[in-house]
Design a protein around this ligand. Structure first.
Ligand SMILES: *[C@@H]1O[C@H](CO)[C@@H](O)[C@H](O)[C@H]1NC(C)=O
Ligand SMILES: *[C@@H]1O[C@H](CO)[C@@H](O)[C@H](O)[C@H]1NC(C)=O
Ligand SMILES: *[C@@H]1O[C@H](CO)[C@@H](O)[C@H](O)[C@H]1NC(C)=O
Ligand SMILES: *[C@@H]1O[C@H](CO)[C@@H](O)[C@H](O)[C@H]1NC(C)=O
Ligand SMILES: *[C@@H]1O[C@H](CO)[C@@H](O)[C@H](O)[C@H]1NC(C)=O
Ligand SMILES: *[C@@H]1O[C@H](CO)[C@@H](O)[C@H](O)[C@H]1NC(C)=O
Ligand SMILES: *[C@@H]1O[C@H](CO)[C@@H](O)[C@H](O)[C@H]1NC(C)=O
Ligand SMILES: *[C@@H]1O[C@H](CO)[C@@H](O)[C@H](O)[C@H]1NC(C)=O
Ligand SMILES: *[C@@H]1O[C@H](CO)[C@@H](O)[C@H](O)[C@H]1NC(C)=O
Ligand SMILES: *[C@@H]1O[C@H](CO)[C@@H](O)[C@H](O)[C@H]1NC(C)=O
Ligand SMILES: *[C@@H]1O[C@H](CO)[C@@H](O)[C@H](O)[C@H]1NC(C)=O
Ligand SMILES: *[C@@H]1O[C@H](CO)[C@@H](O)[C@H](O)[C@H]1NC(C)=O
Length: 431
């Protein structure tokens, strides 16, 4: 399964061979006449190439580019020196522009991707991609393969090979930190020993802070866990040399809102509940004094219902917010923290929150926080999320806050949690 966009990516990297030059001037040599003399394999190397392709036609006989022009400081035709028919390297001085009709061929990845037995006018997609599909198996634990996953796998293997080669690459303080971190992540013995301790510690710290009656204090305490908003640093679109704070609605646990609101994904919601039950079971085992997690079916189900209820409410907000596909910035606004506080989001004390989470030097540079500008993404959704957090019943809200902490860290815990892994969904609702 590859999408249109990925299959099209192959085209810009095609090599082109000049077949005849309509407008070639007297002093230049047609590339075709050079190629006619060459036997065996050859390479053409061009330096500093600029290529303009105003028109491209794909037909049974090949891919045709009309009136394309190629400009290069130099082109070399190099015959494979092992070939019996040797021809010395040939340089075409071509600082000028060539125009004419060009044919594309001899591009192995494209040749193997195209299935010339098919009629492109009947099914262009299969004509271009059938071969690619045959050469790229979908892995057993994946649901799709495309140019991006192929490149991604390649890069992951390269990173893996670097991370497993400490002796070869560990040369300075930064690489030492990097390798230390990688090795501690890979140390399953210490992870097993820690169990879910890290989360129980956070929950315990929160329980002991008697001053956490306000949402802002809770957010400060659990930072970088967030609730309905994600805070990031983005370039200021009015002056990209400057950075600014951006506030946007957080994404749903399952990614797409469709999982929560469409009947056809009911099985996915059931799979999610099974996973959450397993996670709670491990917490119940680890919470020896039963300080946070009672071994009670009623409590387990209540916690899960709370999570699903809030996530579904957020999904409905996403579903019912105008998506502005034509202009992704249409729903955005740049406001001061003062305006954010008074006009958009009242449930959090933003000045106090920022004052606690920003580094000292940022606070010093910003000065008066209430005057700092913030880029707010999808105002409409943020206003609806505000209303949601004001109207949620206390217990539901409290359960949801705990889930935010648990799910934020659960991916880093011991193998029980990894084995219980929620297998992401087989069907992508966007496709
Ligand atoms: C190429 O030749 C055609 C007619 O022979 C002419 O109209 C056109 O201007 C020429 N193009 C260039 C870039 O010289
Ligand atoms: C390529 O050509 C441009 C202008 O024609 C020139 O400025 C540039 O330095 C050249 N680059 C190389 C790598 O030769
Ligand atoms: C192409 O032109 C540039 C400047 O116009 C010149 O420096 C360069 O040497 C030329 N290249 C060739 C291969 O003639
Ligand atoms: C040319 O021959 C040498 C030795 O026989 C071999 O190592 C090399 O790979 C050959 N080159 C090509 C392009 O086939
Ligand atoms: C290519 O091969 C043909 C016949 O096979 C021969 O006549 C011709 O001279 C060869 N060309 C070169 C450049 O070796
Ligand atoms: C270490 O690097 C070498 C060369 O870069 C590579 O061949 C080897 O596979 C790497 N080792 C591991 C364990 O990835
Ligand atoms: C821990 O990791 C090692 C090496 O990666 C592996 O051989 C071993 O099976 C793992 N132990 C457990 C309990 O998963
Ligand atoms: C809450 O109280 C604890 C000490 O009990 C303190 O360390 C923490 O900074 C306080 N949090 C806030 C947000 O005031
Ligand atoms: C929780 O209760 C069930 C039965 O009600 C029991 O089988 C299980 O061992 C208990 N788990 C823990 C960690 O106490
Ligand atoms: C989702 O949005 C569609 C149209 O945008 C609407 O018809 C549907 O009722 C919405 N579903 C929910 C559960 O809000
Ligand atoms: C905030 O609200 C005030 C008063 O309702 C209004 O004058 C102001 O324009 C609003 N600011 C923004 C950025 O919406
Ligand atoms: C936010 O907290 C500060 C104290 O840190 C307080 O002075 C300010 O009035 C609060 N703002 C709101 C809107 O509650």
């Amino acid at each position: 399964m590859i999408s249109w966009r990925t299959s099209f990516l192959v085209i810009p990297t095609i090599c082109i061979f000049a077949i005849s030059g309509r407008n070639t001037t007297k002093n230049t040599i047609s590339l075709q006449s050079v190629l006619d003399q060459i036997n065996g394999s050859y390479q053409i190397r061009a330096h500093n190439v600029t290529m303009f392709i105003p028109d491209l036609v794909i037909s049974r006989s090949g891919i045709e580019i009309s009136d394309a022009s190629v400009k290069a400081d130099a082109m070399e035709v190099i015959q494979d020196s092992n070939s019996s028919q040797f021809m010395p390297a040939y340089t075409i001085v071509s600082n000028e522009t060539r125009t004419g009709k060009y044919l594309l061929h001899d591009y192995p990845e494209l040749t193997s991707s195209i299935n010339p037995k098919l009629d492109p006018c009947e099914n262009f997609y299969n004509f271009v991609c059938k071969g690619w599909e045959q050469h790229h198996e979908i892995k057993e634990d994946e649901t799709s393969v495309n140019q991006f996953t192929v490149i991604n796998d390649k890069i992951e293997n390269q990173i893996g090979s670097i991370l497993k080669n400490r002796t070869k690459y560990d040369t300075n303080r930064l690489t030492t930190l990097l390798y230390d971190m990688y090795e501690s992540c890979m140390n399953n013995v210490s992870r097993d020993e820690a169990g879910s301790g890290i989360i129980l510690d956070i929950l315990s710290k929160i329980k002991q802070s008697k001053n956490l009656t306000l949402l802002t204090d809770w957010l400060i305490e659990v930072y970088p866990v967030s609730l309905f908003y994600t805070i990031s640093v983005v370039p200021d679109i009015r002056d990209p040399k400057r950075n600014m704070i951006s506030l946007q609605p957080t994404s749903l646990y399952l990614g797409s809102e469709k999982y929560y609101i469409e009947q056809r994904f009911e099985h996915s919601m059931e799979a999610l509940k099974v996973y959450l039950r397993k996670v709670l079971k491990f917490f119940i085992e680890d919470d020896v004094g039963k300080k946070f997690f009672a071994n009670s079916t009623a409590e387990i189900e209540r916690r899960i219902e709370s999570f699903v209820k809030v996530e579904t409410a957020v999904a409905e907000i996403q579903n019912n917010t105008d998506k502005h596909y034509d202009n992704v910035y249409a729903g955005d606004k740049i406001v001061t923290v003062h305006e954010l506080q008074n006009n958009i989001s009242k449930t959090i004390n933003w000045s106090r929150y920022f004052a606690h989470i920003f580094p000292e030097e940022v606070l010093a540079a910003v000065g008066d926080l209430s005057k700092m500008e913030v880029h707010v993404s999808i105002i409409e959704a943020i206003e609806k999320l505000e209303a949601l957090s004001r109207n949620l019943p206390g217990q539901v809200f409290a359960d949801f806050l705990q889930w935010r902490i648990i799910l934020n860290y659960v991916g880093f815990l011991d193998d029980r949690f990894i084995d219980a892994r929620f297998v992401r969904l087989i069907s992508d609702p966007e496709s």
